[in-house]
Design a binder for this molecule. Structure first.
Ligand code: ADP
Ligand code: MG
Length: 335
């Protein structure tokens, strides 16, 4: 149990945002199209993720909370290997070992929902009937209540919530088909309806990246030899440091890729002076066999097999798009 706690508290669950990430990814895996995230006190008091996905069957609730692979780890040295591989079926078990976790779920086949609670490592999971529509709610209360050292590492509520909000922004920009609601201390911070048409997508971008970005960004849609690039890039005249919006995705996954960043800077060229910061929301879609996404899972980096080709295509697609919007004399950007 001691080893398990150290794994969960010290390596895997870093902060409230990492809990939210795991829970929301589970919701997306379950096919949810509506996800609500309620946060209290930056996540240290409460993290609740509610979805309308496929749900978890009653007889699988306990399994969902159990730690499958811990028996395979015998040495503390293995900790690093685990954290670099991600949770691998251990997210809920890890989170429940450092919080009070309640899981409520109902599948389409069930007429009633079931609820399971767990707290701390050697907990008994107890199961009782509950009320819940088809889908799953997971409540994580008092994160790190039993690992004071970890709890001490938490920053202010505002900072921790900032990390959560940033995560939801990234996710909402990668899944336009999903509706999102985010609240903090009972206050609705984001409410995003599913964005299925181009206009609705633009509205979502405006909501997440500022109206100014949506207004002064050039739209891109370009493809070449099976590579597709779409999204928006802000005209250099409108670029300002406070208009901080830099999101790029490769096959739906958020990336901070050197090649893409280099291509973006090159497309801006000399118009990108020192007092300006590029702003973009870009999606690169490419044959998955042409890209290796597992080089640095934690660092959000990828390796393209045909890096030269992709770089040059991105530069010319962006430069084309930027050329098409007329330079405006005085762009006054209001946030
Ligand atoms: P992993 O996602 O790697 O399988 P987790 O610990 O995150 O491991 O989740 C354990 C299991 O619980 C999942 O495999 C899934 O079957 C189930 N589960 C968790 N969250 C949800 C959810 N929101 N909807 C449906 N099933 C879920
Ligand atoms: Mg998971």
């Amino acid at each position: 149990p001691q080893l398990a706690n150290q794994i969960a508290a010290g390596e895997v669950v870093e902060r409230p945002a990492s809990v939210v990430k795991e829970l929301v990814e589970n919701s997306l895996d379950a096919g949810a199209l509506h996800i609500e995230i309620d946060i209290e006190k930056g996540g240290s008091k409460l993290i609740r993720v509610r979805d309308n996905g496929s749900g978890i069957a009653e007889h699988e609730l306990v399994l969902a909370l159990s730690r499958h692979a811990t028996s395979k780890i015998t040495e503390l040295d293995d900790l690093e290997a685990i954290s670099s591989l991600g949770f691998r079926g251990e997210a809920l078990a890890s989170i429940s070992s450092v919080s009070r976790l309640t899981l409520t779920s109902r599948t389409e086949q069930q007429t009633a929902a079931w609820q399971a609670s767990a707290a701390g490592r050697d907990m008994d999971v107890d199961i009782r009937p509950a009320a819940h529509p088809v889908g799953t709610s997971i409540e994580v209360v008092d994160l790190f209540f039993n690992t004071p050292a970890r709890r001490k590492f938490l920053r202010t509520d505002k900072t921790e919530f900032g990390h959560i909000d940033e995560l939801i922004k990234r996710l909402a920009l990668s899944r336009y088909d999903v509706g999102w609601v985010l609240t903090h201390n009972g206050q609705r911070i984001r409410q995003l309806k599913p964005a299925l048409t181009p206009e609705q997508r633009q509205q979502r971008v405006a909501a997440l990246c500022s109206k100014a970005f949506a207004e002064y960004a050039a739209e891109i849609e370009n493809s070449y030899q099976g590579i597709k690039l779409w999204g928006w890039i802000l005209h250099p005249d409108a670029c300002q440091p406070q208009l901080n919006c830099q999101y790029s995705y490769v096959n739906g996954r958020m990336m901070r890729d050197k090649l893409l960043n280099h291509a973006i800077r090159q497309a801006y060229g000399e118009r990108l002076t020192d007092d300006k910061v590029p702003a973009f929301v870009l999606y690169l879609e490419i044959d998955p066999r042409q890209v290796d996404v597992n080089v640095h899972p934690a660092k959000h980096e990828v390796r393209f097999h045909q890096s030269r080709l992709i770089h040059d295509f991105v530069v010319s697609a962006l430069a084309d798009a930027l050329r098409q919007i007329a330079p405006q004399e005085q762009l006054i950007v209001e946030q």
